[in-house]
Write a protein that binds this ligand. Structure first.
Ligand SMILES: [Zn+2]
Length: 280
């Protein structure tokens, strides 16, 4: 976990300053949801929690969404309804049996209307030590004030990986694709003579394939921003548009390679695998 929200929660937990309710504004709700689950494992796990504890029963129940003391509420139709909150309150009348906390997660907190938010207020105004709640939204401005004012607010904005790819790797990726698409030289030799001299760190290899993925995807979906393209890129998009099935195959292959790079595939195997399978 390298997200801001997770670290802030973890920090306040260790400082013993955990709030009873959090409003989390995030640009990727599902990702943040998973991080909340990790955090709930951290504060409930009876063993000393290791990241991704899967050995204890409690963490397993959280992972499989089958812990009675953890309730996630999604909007029912266009709103989160009062009845849903009443039911939550009923479930949390007693102290939890297996876990330290009774926990609730409200997805799309902006869908709480005046009546469901009012029903919610008891949790927020008379907080009990064993209850903790999370409200997720992609825009806190749309969350009703009575909720917002009673929560600790945390913000998360996951950046796109593309923003981190260095400029020279983009150039390298474009050169590489040009080589492959025009087949001027033997691609295996190109890997050995050109790429292996420039891509020495696994991270760079990861960026290289990310950049290639981005280029192929943009070509495939026809979302090239023409204004910013140099002539070479235009030639490339012209070339690639000729065979969309072939591009799609390359996209799938790159996704697979990126996945394997996360495990144990080394740089030269990744590069060779790409050119060999592209050749088929
Ligand atoms: Zn555990």
């Amino acid at each position: 976990m390298d997200s801001k929200i997770f670290h802030e929660l973890e920090h306040s937990y260790h400082e013993n300053k955990l709030a009873h309710a959090f409003l989390l504004e995030t640009n990727e709700k599902e990702k943040t949801y998973k991080e909340i689950l990790q955090f709930l494992k951290l504060i409930n796990c009876p063993n000393s929690f290791k990241e991704n504890c899967s050995t204890c029963n409690l963490c397993h129940l959280i992972d499989t969404n089958s812990l009675p003391s953890l309730i996630t509420i999604y909007p029912d139709g266009i709103n989160i309804k009062k009845e849903q909150i009443l039911e939550l309150k009923k479930s949390f009348q007693t102290k939890p049996i297996f876990s330290k906390y009774n926990m609730y997660i409200i997805m799309d907190a902006e869908k709480l209307n005046a009546s469901s938010a009012n029903t919610m207020l008891k949790f927020l105004e008379e907080p009990e030590d064993h209850i903790i709640g999370f409200f997720l939204t992609n825009n806190r401005e749309n969350v009703i004030e009575t909720i917002k004012s009673r929560c600790q607010i945390l913000l998360e904005n996951y950046e796109e990986i593309e923003d981190h790819i260095p400029e020279d790797i983009w150039t390298l990726a474009l050169d590489y694709i040009m080589e492959i698409e025009t087949a001027k030289t033997d691609a295996v030799l190109y890997n050995r003579d050109v790429l292996s001299l420039k891509i020495k760190e696994k991270n760079d290899c990861f960026f290289l394939f990310q950049a290639m993925l981005n280029i192929y995807r943009n070509v495939y979906f026809g979302i090239l921003n023409i204004e910013n393209l140099d002539e070479r890129f235009q030639f490339l998009s012209f070339l690639l548009k000729k065979d969309s099935k072939d591009i799609f195959k390359k996209i799938c292959l790159i996704v697979e390679i990126l996945d394997e790079l996360n495990y144990n595939l080394n740089i030269s195997l990744a590069l060779d695998r790409f050119v060999l399978e592209v050749g088929d």
